[in-house]
Design a protein around this ligand. Structure first.
Ligand code: NAG
Ligand code: NAG
Ligand code: NAG
Length: 529
C-alpha cells in the first residue's frame, strides 16, 4: 500500500513527465549529433514538403485533408518535415495576407480552389501565412517536427543559377530583407514546440556566390534567427547548390552561441550528370563518395552534424542513373548514420513552372497523395529512419551490422542451422570485423565463411583459413571477398530468396554495363539494442 503523501508525490512526478513530453522537442547539438534536452540522440528522418511555389501554399491540400497528410507522414516513419517557404511571405504583408483562394485565383487555379474548398474547407479562406501556420500545427498535433526552410525569395520553383534567388545581391536576394524575413519567421514560431530548426537559405548558387560573402552574411542570418528564437537549430547551406562546404576546413564560423549549428548538404544523381549510368558503378561510387567527404563529410569529424536535407530520385524506378546513385547513397547514409530529408513528399503540384497539376515522380506519395508510390523504396529507407548509434541510445558496446544498401536489409542469422539471410537490421547479430579480416560474431569463435562459387555462405569456427578472410575490395570498398582456393576468389552476394551466397565478383572495374549492387555490403557501426 502506498501512503497518501507518497501517492501525491507520484502524481506530481507523472504530471511533470507529461508536461515535458508535450513540450518535448527542443534540440541541440553534441559533437556531430543532434540530441534532445536529455542528451539522447534524435535522428532527423525528414521529408521535404513543398510550400514555396507560385501560390505559396503547402502542396497537396487539393488532394487530401491536412490531418490525413500529417498522419501519413508519421505512419511512413518520418519524424520530421522540412517545410519550405518563400522569403517574401514573411516580408511582404500584401502577400502574407492574401487568402489561399485569392492566391489561386491570381494563378487561375480554379480546380484547386474547388478542391481545397471541398477537402480542406477551413484552409481556403485563410491568409497565406495562417495557412502555413496551420500546416505546422497539424504536424505538431501528429508528433512531427518541423524545419522551416527558406527555399527562395520570390515564390516559384527553385533552383537555377540565373533565377535571381541564388546568392546575396541577386535580383530577389537582398541580404537585409533576408535578415528581416528570417527574424519574422523565427519570431512567428517562437514557442511552437515542434518547430526544431530553420534552414536559413536553400542551395546558395550562381555567378555571385563566393566564400567571403558567405562568411559575411551567413553568421548574420544565424545570429538574427538565434536572437529571435534561441530554441531552433540553425542550419546552413554550402555553395554550388549546397554541395560544397569545403571552405569550412580552413576557416571557422564565429557565432555568439553554441550547440545549435548544423550544416546541410544536398546529394542527387544529377550532380554528376549521367556518370552513374555511363561509368563503372564501383568506380563512380568510390569517386563521388570521396568528393562528398572532401566537400562536406569531413565536418562530422570536426564535430558538426551534417543534415542531408535533400536527396531523392525518380521513384518509378526505371532510371538507371538514379538507381545506382541510390545504392551508393544508402551505404553512405547508413555508414555515417546521417540526419536527412527526402525530396519530396508530394506526387503532384498545384502548378509548377507553368504546368497545372504537374506530376512529381520524386514524390513518396502518388499523384493524388493517396498512396505510397513505391512501397519497396519506403521499406528500404526505413532502415535509415531509426538511428544506429549516438549518445544515450543504449548501453550496448559498438558492434557492426552488415548492411545491404540495395535492399536496406542486413545479414541475419536466425540459428546455427538455418541459412544466413537478409532481414531487418534491427534483428542483426552483433558482428565484428577483426584485424585478421574475419567477420565474426562478437564474443564467439564463429565467423563467416565462403564455401565456394554459387554456394551458401556459412558460419564456422575455424577462422584462420583464407575462406574466412574477407577483404573489402573494388573502388566502392563494398565487395566482401574471400579466397576459396589458390586461384579463385568469390564475393558475398544474395540469391533471389535473400539467402547469403558467394559468387564470382561482379564488375569490379571497367565494366560499365553491369550492376554490382547485389554484392555491395557495408559494415556499419551500431549500438542498437
Ligand atoms: C507583394 O505581394 C503582392 C501580392 O502578391 C504583389 O502584388 C507585390 O508586387 C509584392 N510586392 C513586392 C515589393 O514584392
Ligand atoms: C577454384 O575454384 C573455382 C571456382 O569454384 C574452380 O572453377 C576452380 O577449378 C578451382 N581451382 C582449383 C585449382 O581448385
Ligand atoms: C594455397 O596454397 C598454400 C600453400 O600450398 C596454402 O597454404 C593455402 O592455404 C592455399 N590457399 C587456399 C585459398 O586454398
Amino acid at each position: 500500500m502506498i501512503p497518501m503523501v507518497a501517492k501525491r508525490a507520484v502524481t506530481v512526478l507523472l504530471y511533470v513527465t507529461v508536461l515535458q513530453s508535450v513540450k518535448g522537442f527542443l534540440l541541440h547539438t553534441n559533437d556531430r549529433w543532434i540530441v534532445s534536452e536529455s542528451g539522447k540522440r534524435v535522428k532527423l528522418a525528414c521529408v521535404n514538403w513543398v510550400s514555396h511555389l507560385d501560390g505559396a501554399v503547402a502542396e497537396g491540400l487539393n488532394q487530401q485533408p491536412l490531418d490525413m497528410i500529417s498522419k501519413r507522414i508519421k505512419s511512413m516513419g518520418f519524424n520530421c518535415v522540412r517545410l519550405t517557404w518563400p522569403l517574401f511571405l514573411l516580408t511582404n504583408h500584401s502577400l502574407a495576407s492574401l487568402t489561399v483562394r485569392n492566391s489561386f485565383q491570381n494563378l487561375a487555379l480554379l480546380q484547386s480552389i474547388n478542391a481545397v474548398q471541398a477537402i480542406n474547407p477551413s484552409i481556403i479562406d485563410l491568409p497565406l501565412i495562417k495557412a502555413y501556420q496551420e500546416v505546422v500545427k497539424s504536424l505538431g498535433e501528429n508528433d512531427v517536427m518541423v524545419i522551416l526552410d527558406n527555399h527562395v525569395s520570390q515564390p516559384g520553383w527553385c533552383c537555377s543559377n540565373t533565377d535571381g534567388n541564388g546568392f546575396f545581391g541577386d535580383q530577389y536576394f537582398d541580404p537585409d530583407l533576408w535578415i528581416t524575413g528570417l527574424t519574422n519567421m523565427a519570431t512567428l514560431f517562437r514557442g511552437v514546440s515542434n518547430v526544431v530548426g530553420m534552414s536559413l537559405r536553400n542551395e546558395l548558387r550562381g555567378p555571385k556566390q563566393n566564400v567571403n560573402q558567405w562568411y559575411r552574411y551567413m553568421p548574420k542570418g544565424a545570429e538574427a534567427v538565434h536572437a529571435a528564437n534561441p530554441e531552433v537549430l540553425v542550419i546552413l547551406s554550402g555553395l554550388n547548390f549546397d554541395t560544397d562546404l569545403s571552405f569550412m576546413k580552413e576557416e571557422a564560423l564565429k557565432l555568439s552561441f553554441n550547440g545549435k549549428l548544423v550544416l546541410e548538404l544536398h546529394w542527387y544523381s544529377f550532380s554528376e550528370g549521367k556518370a552513374w549510368a555511363s561509368g563503372n558503378a564501383n568506380q563512380v561510387c568510390g569517386e563521388v563518395t570521396g568528393n562528398v567527404m572532401r566537400r562536406a563529410g569531413f565536418l562530422l569529424g570536426q564535430g558538426f552534424p551534417l543534415f542531408v536535407s535533400e536527396f531523392g530520385l525518380d521513384l518509378r524506378g526505371s532510371d538507371a542513373n538514379d538507381n545506382t546513385y541510390l545504392n551508393c547513397f544508402m551505404a553512405f547514409a547508413a555508414q555515417f548514420d546521417l540526419d536527412w530529408a527526402l525530396w519530396t513528399l508530394g506526387g503532384s503540384y498545384y502548378i509548377r513552372q507553368g504546368v497545372v497539376g504537374m506530376n512529381e515522380y520524386y514524390g513518396i506519395l502518388n499523384s493524388d497523395w493517396s498512396e505510397v508510390r513505391n512501397p519497396s523504396f519506403l521499406q528500404r529507407i526505413s532502415a535509415i529512419q531509426i538511428p544506429f548509434q549516438g549518445p544515450g541510445l543504449s548501453e550496448a558496446k559498438p558492434y557492426k551490422v552488415i548492411f545491404h544498401p540495395l535492399t536496406g536489409l542486413c545479414i541475419i542469422r536466425k540459428s546455427l542451422v538455418e541459412a544466413l539471410r537478409l532481414g531487418p537490421c534491427s534483428d542483426s547479430d552483433q558482428w565484428e570485423y577483426t584485424d585478421q579480416s574475419t567477420v565474426s560474431i562478437k564474443g564467439t569463435y564463429f565467423c563467416l565463411q565462403a564455401e565456394g562459387e554459387g554456394k551458401q555462405a556459412k558460419i564456422g569456427n575455424i577462422c584462420s583459413a583464407p575462406n574466412s578472410r574477407w577483404e573489402m575490395i573494388s573502388d566502392s570498398k563494398m565487395h566482401l571477398s574471400a579466397q576459396i582456393n589458390n586461384s579463385s576468389g568469390v564475393c558475398l552476394d544474395v540469391d533471389t530468396n535473400n539467402i547469403i551466397v558467394t559468387n564470382t565478383c561482379k564488375c569490379l572495374t571497367k565494366d560499365n554495363t553491369c550492376e554490382p549492387a547485389s554484392q555491395w555490403f557495408k559494415l556499419v557501426d551500431s549500438t542498437r539494442n
